[in-house]
Design a protein around this ligand. Sequence first.
Ligand SMILES: [Zn+2]
Length: 432
Amino acid sequence: MTLKSGDTLDRVLRERLRIEPARLRVEIRDELAEFVELRSIRPGHQAEAVFDKKGRLMRLIWHKDLLNEWWITVCWKGQRCDEHLADKQKEADEKAEWSLFTQKLEVQERLVRRELRLRISSRTPSVSAGVQQAGEGAELALRVAHTFQKYHPVGKLFPEDRLDVWFEQIQVAGRVAGYGRILFARFATRRSGVFTLLHGVLLGPRGPEQMYRADGTRRRKRRFFGPPTRPYRVNSRFGWRYHPVLRKRRMHRGIDVSLPCGRPVFAVAAGQVITRGWRGGAGRMVSVRHAQGWVTRYFHLSRYRVRRGQRVRLGQRIGDIGASGLATGCHLHFEMMRGGRHVDPQRFLHFRPDDSIPCAKMPSLWGFQIQACSSLGLPLRDCGLLLPQRCYRPMRRRFWQIAAKACRTRHRRCPHKPPIRPGPWPAMPRGE
Ligand SMILES: [Zn+2]
């Protein structure tokens, strides 16, 4: 049977499938709840009950979609049901009236690479309309919209905007069961006669995995702070510890960085100085309020470099390392608070890492872009190949070798003599 709107799990088990006794229904419900989120149960799910000759439930099959089907097998007291069970490790409880065993149906998934070319027009005004017209599911529309949302508000599309997406389709027995990764995405929009080109490319050691921009950099998710000192080495962590001066266990609500007195202390983010002054054990203390409810505090300073109320930039010197207050030596005690609560700075103090692709690996990114682009049937100049400034010297020759080879073998429409210069190549011609 297929679930209709208004069906709840209880009603399905009791009225539609007529599973008895009530206690078995409760156990099945609990068992199912471990695999299927009960709130996600909705019309379209399928449930099937198989009974034995005595009218006892043998198996409940819950079919969510092609990829997700669970079998709950009931093993009644005194019954041998090893043959039903894929997992031989589990044994029926001999004292209980019945035992339940759940297994997920193994399906043969096949990943198929597909392309999607959307041209925004009055007939195709949105991403979801375009995805639907291409015969793909709403899930893909969401994923595509989400991919571009990072770069450009997809709600703002204009006629002649173009989206090209190379993605993975999950197939089970020849039917579309869902979507895998988005491998390559390209968005071209025309604004006052100028095209903005944005690319997302996924790349990893075992094939495409991570999303990269065409220049080999990655989008960072975390909020970015700078280090409070240079060098930044944590000598004492956040958490319970034995206090060296007070000689008892005390919560350490920050981290300590040991450095010679007089070394600069920097603001970890832009903000405003809210306190500056002597605070007992903290000695000379500065606290800075930042956006989004963040407050940082810097203790034991030997000298202040800011006034109260002053606005500071990220990395601005706010004081000098000292040993004022309760301190055994020159060090900075640094605290971070969010919404008035202390948090472990080591969990939140992420510095801008250089996680862009090393220049030597850029060729694999270009190779992937060419491959994706060729699958999409795009001319080479639309593949987003880019020789970033940082890689210009070491990779220039390699870049042109790859581009020239791609020109010869894969793409008919490409310029004969590409201009040798760093930056986007070739420039998108106006009015194309
Ligand atoms: Zn400390």
